[in-house]
Design a protein around this ligand. Structure first.
Ligand code: ADP
Length: 259
């Protein structure tokens, strides 16, 4: 009697956060961070209270994509105040490091950083917290699933065989961890020429749809490869915010409505 109670080991709810949706990919460069940024802004445009946790700890790109800079404050020295832009509350390791500074941490430090970003950030009341995971199946993915009550994961892939192969491994990992798969998103399948509107299937056609059907998960969106999506993200105002009337923006709004 009187001894400290053992801490609960299982996944915990992040205080104030209704749902956590993780955006994952099997390999890098398929547009996972771009999808996470545009989805977060689209959810905000749909009137949802939304946060974005940039857990892509080795290459945090959300501060640049959302046009957020500056250091988050910690008035009490214990909790961190997130920053905000485009209606999205953001926390990223990139806000605590220089843009050209490499994160040279071992697994346990990264896992600690993720837990701090989940539980020591004052997220406030959120309908949905979007988590931008690193590519692949590593420590960060496992820590998230073990420490937080994750509503589900969305896997972003191009239709290219190699990307699909890696996406399959990602789905397998989430299933083993008991995280529900909400669906897949196909990115960059169709290139739409910003000059003439000509459409070309750069990485193949229909691969993600077929894979989603094979795995029995919904295909949640098909996002085209379009110059505006890249330039908007590089400029700190995702296409949903900067070109709200474009078909590209509408694709993300439709995705947001499905969640
Ligand atoms: P990941 O997070 O999977 O590594 P990113 O989201 O960083 O990938 O995207 C890689 C690059 O491709 C970025 O320069 C991004 O702007 C660009 N990109 C991603 N998706 C699209 C798209 N649908 N159309 C045009 N450019 C895209």
């Amino acid at each position: 009697k009187g001894g400290a109670r053992p801490k609960p080991q299982g996944p915990e709810k992040v205080p104030g956060v209704e749902r956590i949706v993780a955006i994952a990919s099997g390999k890098g460069g398929v547009g996972k961070s771009t999808v996470a940024a545009n989805l977060a802004v689209a959810l905000a445009a749909e009137g949802r209270r939304v946060g974005l946790l940039d857990a892509d700890v080795y290459g945090p790109s959300q501060p640049r994509m959302l046009g957020v800079s500056g250091r988050p404050a910690s008035p009490d020295g214990k909790t961190i105040l997130p920053l905000r832009n485009h209606g999205v509350t953001l926390m990223s390791l990139g806000l605590l490091t220089q843009e050209d500074e490499a994160v040279v941490w071992r697994g346990p430090m990264l896992m600690g950083a993720l837990q701090q970003m989940l539980f020591q950030v004052q997220w406030g009341a959120l309908d949905i917290l979007v988590v931008d995971l690193p590519p692949g199946t590593g420590d960060v993915q496992m820590t998230l699933a073990q420490k937080a009550e994750v509503t589900g994961a969305i896997i972003v892939s191009t239709p290219q065989d190699i990307a699909l192969l890696d996406a399959r491994k990602g789905i397998d990992m989430f299933r083993k961890m008991g995280t529900p798969i909400l669906g897949m998103i196909e990115n960059m399948a169709v290139h739409i020429c910003s000059n003439c509107g000509h459409e070309e299937h750069i990485f193949g056609h229909g691969g993600v749809r077929a894979e989603a059907a094979r795995l029995g998960v919904p295909l949640l969106a098909e996002i085209p490869l379009h110059l505006d999506i890249r330039t908007a993200s590089d400029g700190g105002a995702p296409v949903v915010a900067s070109k709200a009337a474009s078909p590209q923006a509408r694709a993300f709004r439709e995705l947001a409505r499905r969640l």
